[in-house]
Design a protein around this ligand. Structure first.
Ligand code: ATP
Ligand code: MG
Length: 588
């Protein structure tokens, strides 16, 4: 990201690592603002409250804010929204920074904390009082609620609404010095008690909280309300476009009121877009925290969590998340996005970049009768058919191999083309084999199958041109290494967790089968693999060596996503729907 002061770009350019952007309404607004000179350049901000880890919904906001700044040669600020004096954890602050960097974005020197502006905010409040636009009120929260009125019936004025300015200044000073106890005084804006917008009916600007703040300590016992603080923070930083989610649309008149009356150094404007909701996922930090605290998951970075650190551990690439955010677009109506779209994005990315290996998850022994028992061969295997530069590796072949149990059927139905008695198939990178028999234990379970191989088919092709209908993966039993493999599935079995019409608690929708751990059998190239390495297990899925638990001599792999699954069809529909939604957004 450019650190120089923003300027109007001659043409729109995108950074190489950011997916090429489609038109959407915020981009159009920015183009118009630059063209008409409403602003000289683009300054956006991402303002997380440091009370939890970032989730995929935040990624949408990060990609939008940092992406627009990059595109228009402006800048995006990272601002910790820490006006609340509740416990903020340095752990959260550090994780937020790490996750944004991991996604591929950079705030350069523009790191801010909202609490650093407390003095300036206080000065703005005093300015409003001096203008007769704010007053100290002694109604309790409960009394205020009673006086609020309804959308069609105006609020009742506070008995303190028409206090003289000098008295308000003196009372506000008393609030600041701790004269009043919590709940006995607030500073309120004096706007419009009959406004149909309830947020304009003399909203509270400051309240008393006798709590230490992690940054300012005990310096303050009055704290600004979010709606008062946020426009000021934007204005102090010269933010040109303050982008937030749709629920703040009704707060915008108050945002504008503050900007108009508080003598701010700049005039930011607020724009709202629809938040991301994802199927089978929770997106509230509070609920994510409860998942962690109640041990439904192993931590914020459990690979089933929709947090960015969870996705990172699951093996998702930053590029795939950016691509997903680009695909879903930016619109002005709330919808539920199919998680299959995100899975599609990571599959597409990993398909291009990850090396293939052979791993058997559920082993069935195969004895190749005509292969000498003392013999072993090291065959050439292509690492990535999508990337010739990835080269080849050697894999060992021997008389006894493992194949996947479900790649064999004794009584094969017509459409089953894999191994069955009498059927010839190809072993990937090795030979054609034909099944000649089955070995069973006393209770009739298949414990091994017997085959013959055709030595002329080494490498996987028959010189006489004969074809086989399937190719399966395998691992030599004597060379196989054990691999702890964590098969992750969706954490929830309910599609729309925002829909609470069934009256059930979200905990009741936890998927009891979201994690299955198996000891797989892997080709020996998986020994000594570096944590974080992403691989495709042929015909199974994409996996990553766990960044926490995998050790070079004791590898642990997480399933990032299955290779292709029943979701593929839904995927196409969802992709189309997302594109329709996004283009509807363009028209807004
Ligand atoms: P949560 O509801 O998960 O607690 P929040 O809005 O309180 O989220 P913040 O830390 O305040 O979390 O969010 C920082 C920024 O990220 C805000 O600008 C907010 O609009 C945006 N954001 C949060 N959730 C989403 C989402 N699901 N989709 C898009 N943007 C989001
Ligand atoms: Mg928030």
């Amino acid at each position: 990201m450019s650190e120089s002061s923003p300027s109007v770009p001659a043409s729109i350019s995108t950074a190489a690592n950011v997916p090429v952007a489609r038109a959407h309404f915020i981009r159009q607004i920015i183009q118009e603002d630059l063209a008409t000179g409403r602003c000289a350049g683009v300054i956006t901000r991402f303002p997380p409250e440091p009370n939890g880890y970032l989730h995929i919904g935040h990624a949408k906001s990060i990609c939008l804010n940092f992406g627009l700044a990059l595109e228009f040669n402006g800048r995006c600020h990272l601002r910790m929204d820490d006006t609340n004096p509740t416990k903020e954890d340095v752990e959260y602050v550090e994780s937020i920074k790490e996750d944004i960097r991991w996604l591929g974005f950079d705030w350069a020197t523009h790191y801010y904390q909202a609490s650093d502006y407390f003095e300036q905010m206080h000065a703005c409040a005093v300015r409003l009082i001096e203008k007769g636009l704010a007053y100290v009120c002694h109604l309790s929260a409960e009394q205020m609620g009673v006086c609020r009125g309804t959308p069609t019936e105006p609020a009742k004025p506070s008995p303190w609404r028409d206090r003289p300015i000098a008295e308000n200044l003196a009372e506000f000073a008393k609030m600041r010095t701790g004269f009043y106890t919590e709940g006995t005084a607030t500073l309120r804006a004096k706007i419009d008690l009959a406004s149909p917008n309830m947020h304009m009916r003399d909203p509270v600007l400051y309240r008393i909280r006798k709590i230490s703040h992690h940054n300012t300590g005990d310096k303050w016992c009055i704290y600004p309300m979010y709606d008062f603080a946020h426009p000021l923070e934007d204005a102090f930083e010269g933010v040109s476009h303050s982008i937030c989610t749709l629920e703040f649309e009704v707060h915008r008149p108050f945002y504008d009121w503050i900007i108009t009356h508080a003598d701010t150094p700049s005039k930011p404007r607020q724009y709202e877009f629809a938040r991301l909701n994802l199927t089978y996922s929770l997106m509230s930090k509070r609920k994510l925290y409860e998942l962690v605290r109640e041990n439904h998951v192993s931590g914020w970075d459990d690979p089933r969590m929709p947090t960015l650190c969870g996705f990172r551990r699951r093996g998702y690439t930053p590029a795939s998340i950016r691509k997903f955010c680009e695909t879903i677009g930016v619109t002005k109506f709330n919808s539920l996005t199919d998680v299959a779209l995100l899975e599609h994005a990571v599959r597409e990315d990993l398909n291009k970049t990850s090396s293939r290996v052979m791993v058997v998850l559920d082993p069935l022994r195969v004895i190749i009768e005509n292969y000498p028992s003392e013999k072993e061969e090291w065959l050439d295997a292509v690492n990535n058919p999508e990337d010739p530069a990835a080269g080849t590796r050697k894999i060992p072949f021997s008389r006894e191999i493992f194949i996947e149990r479900d790649d064999f059927k004794e009584d094969a139905p017509k459409k089953f083309f894999r191994l069955s008695p009498g059927r010839e198939i190809r072993l990937r990178w090795a030979y054609f084999i034909t099944c000649t028999g089955v070995e069973k234990d006393a209770s009739g379970n298949i414990i091994a199958i017997r085959c013959t191989y055709d030595p002329a088919t080494r490498g996987g092709d028959a010189p006489d041109g004969r074809k086989v209908k399937s190719t399966i993966h395998w691992v030599s039993t004597s060379h196989a290494i054990p691999l702890e493999t964590r098969l992750y599935d969706r954490l929830f079995s309910k599609e729309d967790l925002n829909d609470e019409s069934d009256g059930k608690d979200w905990r009741e929708h936890l998927n009891p089968n979201s994690l299955k751990i198996v000891t797989a059998h892997a080709e020996p190239s998986l020994a000594k693999i570096a944590p974080g390495t992403r691989l495709q297990f042929e015909r199974i899925g994409y996996f990553v060596a766990d960044i926490r638990d995998s050790k070079p001599d004791a590898p642990v792999f997480n399933r990032t996503v299955s290779l292709k699954d029943s979701w593929e069809k839904i995927n196409k529909n969802s992709l189309k729907k997302a594109q329709d939604d996004a283009s509807a957004g363009e028209k807004l």
